[in-house]
Design a protein around this ligand. Structure first.
Ligand SMILES: NC(=O)c1ccc[n+]([C@@H]2O[C@H](COP(=O)([O-])OP(=O)(O)OC[C@H]3O[C@@H](n4cnc5c(N)ncnc54)[C@H](OP(=O)(O)O)[C@@H]3O)[C@@H](O)[C@H]2O)c1
Length: 286
């Protein structure tokens, strides 16, 4: 019988988006229409669907969202020309390049041509550098969403032992920097484990907060969890449309609090995208 308290992401996202909507209203009241541009390359159905959802949400929140759809055979030059156009458009405040892009294109190279202040994903190398240095800037969405989720459910992080399984560039690494920062909702003792730490269970078993960020289905089992710990499942793998999470559902029998199998970290990631976008509009028009 699962005993852990569930930590769904939807209420967290709702609270973040309510704040974003208020900030959009304030911007509009002083004549600024916040604008989040989107770029889609190719005809992947799932990516097109994600873009549509984000555009609808952008409209609901009061953003404009100009969109560029490039064909699957677009060149790197084509993609970078679209990015440059948005960089130079004073009416655009944030830009989202839907990932993945077709394999013949270099996503990292394209991202580096984006104005870092317009990078709503918070993944531009300059923004990673800002994060490492504790300078203000757009934060990577999934790590920021996890911090918001812990804060929303009043799970204390400061001074506690956080163990992250995975040091990937999109999740584990930036999350470790974020949760070690000197702020009331962070300030943790953070340990990062990975394939180089063969006995990583030794670390996860003592974690007060365990965050799975590996992308290996079922890698976290009850024996890896300290009884009563908070478990955040962020790593997932997709097999077709099937979502396979890192955290086995049976961990709910040991954990004190746990994200649900579906609808945990995901909704908070999207909310953070809009938080970055409204922040970009505020900064650009301050
Ligand atoms: N929920 C969301 O919104 C969201 C957003 C972003 C990412 N994600 C998910 O988060 C996961 C991580 O993303 P990422 O881009 O950071 O991935 P990544 O770059 O592939 O990193 C995976 C990390 O997990 C570690 N790892 C893999 N297998 C392991 C094992 N058997 N034992 C110990 N460590 C292992 C790897 O160790 P090494 O470094 O030693 O190889 C690596 O550090 C993915 O599943 C991704 O889908 C979710």
């Amino acid at each position: 019988m699962p005993s852990a308290r569930l930590l769904p992401g939807a209420p967290v996202a709702e609270a973040v988006l309510a704040d974003v909507a208020e900030r959009v209203t304030r911007l509009r009241a002083r004549g600024v229409t916040p604008s989040l541009a989107t770029i889609l390359v190719g005809d992947d159905d799932a990516s097109a669907g994600y873009i549509r959802i984000k555009q609808r949400q952008a409209a609901d929140l009061g953003f404009e969202s100009p969109h560029e759809h490039l064909p699957a055979d677009a060149t790197q030059k084509d993609l970078e020309a679209v990015i440059a156009g948005f960089n130079d458009d004073p009416a655009v405040h944030g830009v989202l390049i839907q990932y993945p892009i077709p394999g013949h294109l270099d996503y990292d190279a394209a991202l580096q041509t984006l104005d870092p202040d317009m990078d709503v994903d918070g993944m531009h190398p300059l923004n990673m550098g800002r994060l490492a240095l504790g300078m203000p800037g757009p934060l990577p969405c999934t790590p920021a969403g996890i911090e918001a989720l812990l804060a929303h459910y009043e799970i204390p992080v400061a001074g506690r032992e956080v163990v992250i399984l995975g040091r990937g560039a999109t999740l584990g690494r930036p999350l470790s920097m974020l949760l070690a920062q000197k702020r009331p909702t962070a300030n943790a003792a953070v340990t990062v484990v990975h394939t180089g730490v063969k006995d990583w269970a030794r670390y996860t078993q003592r974690a007060e907060i365990l965050i799975a960020a590996a992308g290996v289905p079922g890698i976290i089992q009850p024996e890896h969890v300290k009884p009563g710990a908070t478990v955040i499942g962020a790593g997932v793998r997709y097999e077709g449309r099937r979502l396979l999470p890192d955290v086995d559902e049976s961990c709910a029998e040991v954990a004190g609090a746990i994200t649900p199998r579906v609808g945990g970290v995901g909704p908070t990631t999207v909310a953070m995208l809009f938080r970055n976008a409204v922040q970009a509009a505020e900064r650009a028009t301050a």
